[in-house]
Design a protein around this ligand. Structure first.
Ligand SMILES: Cc1cc2nc3c(=O)[nH]c(=O)nc-3n(C[C@H](O)[C@H](O)[C@H](O)COP(=O)(O)OP(=O)(O)OC[C@H]3O[C@@H](n4cnc5c(N)ncnc54)[C@H](O)[C@@H]3O)c2cc1C
Ligand code: SF4
Length: 330
């Protein structure tokens, strides 16, 4: 690891000022991703600005009945928060499905959203990788890609975004707030991550040096009946090979409202809007759920070793929505 400077920030404007115009400086949340990448040489910051003492560590109700989650709230505190568990249970489940207890105690909301892909070539500085070194190539397409993207990928990168939390936030229309030297900004989480296209090294719409300050969940009564289900290759902590966040409201046997997002299948948490369109107003039965999954997955472009994800996601949609339909009509 190369030498680097360290400063702790105590207020938002001070934190932003420390990064302003310095492309070699990075914010440090829990460090559970950034420090790992520094050890392998993927990240080589000259300065770390520690944000954990910023006054951004609270989960608060908003006047309209939503929740505002500070960027330095730890994953553990978020998952345990009574209002998150009551109003957005799939979010609490998603956070608890990620990493281990020790990691969740350190990891922050801002850092979780900005964690980097787990593509093995990206993590290996001796390999080519368009995301790490633009224009160098993507060995995953011809090589190891069994856990790579089937939706929204490009010929330049097929990596997935690994966040579990982000999938539930995408389903519930979360909005990301940030601060820059030029003032504050906000963007819906579903627009926060850029499509891969020809520029996989550009991952989000955040301006350079922007500090994520909060994530706001609008009120969503439908979220009270919601679930996050994650499939992984071993029972102990591991990243998803496919996951789903779903919420369902059923009235008179028909879907009145639905939220659906997929994880581990695209370069960003994938809001399943085509499936939602099929579901809304349709009978809440397994046939509709399968048709909705098929509508969304018609866009899938699997590679030779990750086609299983299409079947996996179809089965997840049908299973989770069937459970929620039963729960919603109880
Ligand atoms: C063994 C292991 C297993 C894991 N399993 C899972 C899993 O199953 N599911 C899952 O979702 N995650 C998993 N993780 C990832 C873990 O959740 C992330 O490492 C963590 O959420 C990152 O948060 P952090 O606060 O530690 O971020 P950091 O490592 O501190 O930062 C990550 C990035 O975010 C930037 N950053 C941090 N805070 C801010 C801010 N407020 N504004 C702007 N930029 C900021 C940093 O500069 C850096 O670029 C795992 C990690 C490990 C090591
Ligand atoms: S999939 Fe993306 S991250 Fe992985 S090697 Fe290809 S360009 Fe790099």
């Amino acid at each position: 690891m190369r030498e680097f400077g360290y400063q702790r920030a105590y207020d938002v404007s001070g934190a932003v000022a420390l990064l302003d115009g310095d492309p070699d400086a990075r914010f440090l949340g829990g460090g559970t991703n950034l420090v790992d990448l520094m050890k392998t040489g993927v990240e080589r910051p000259a300065l770390l600005v520690d944000v954990r003492e910023l006054p951004l560590n609270r989960v608060e109700s908003t006047p309209d009945g939503g929740l505002r989650i500070g960027a330095t709230v730890t994953n553990s505190d978020l998952a345990a928060h009574p209002e998150v568990r009551r109003r957005y249970p799939a979010l609490a489940q998603a956070v608890l499905a990620g990493a281990s207890g020790q990691l969740r105690n350190m990891a922050t909301v801002g850092g979780n959203l900005l964690q980097r892909t787990r593509c093995g070539y990206f993590a290996d500085v001796t390999a080519d990788c368009n995301k790490r070194v633009p224009g160098s190539g993507c060995p995953a397409i011809e090589g190891e890609h069994h856990n790579h993207a089937v939706l929204g990928a490009s010929d330049h990168c097929v990596a997935t975004h690994p966040s579990d939390m982000g999938v539930a936030l995408a389903a519930f229309d979360a909005v990301v707030s940030y601060e820059t030297a030029d003032g504050p900004g906000e963007v819906p989480l579903t627009d926060f991550y850029l499509p891969v296209g020809e520029t996989p090294h550009r991952e989000t719409v955040l301006p350079p040096g922007a500090l994520i300050t909060a994530v706001t969940l609008p009120p969503a009564p439908v979220a009270a009946v919601s679930r996050y289900r994650k499939v992984r290759e071993r029972a102990s902590y591991a990243f998803a090979i496919g996951s789903i966040a779903a919420a369902l409201d059923v009235q008179d046997g028909r879907v009145r409202e639905v939220r659906l997002a997929f994880g581990a299948v695209a370069s960003r948490p994938w809001r399943a809007r085509a499936a939602e369109r099929v579901l809304t107003g349709a009978p809440a039965d397994a046939e509709t759920f399968a048709a909705a999954a098929d509508a969304e997955l018609a866009q899938a472009k699997p590679l030779p070793h990750n086609g299983y994800k299409v079947t996996l996601m179809r089965n997840l949609v049908v299973a989770v929505l069937s459970e929620l339909a039963e729960e919603a009509t109880r």
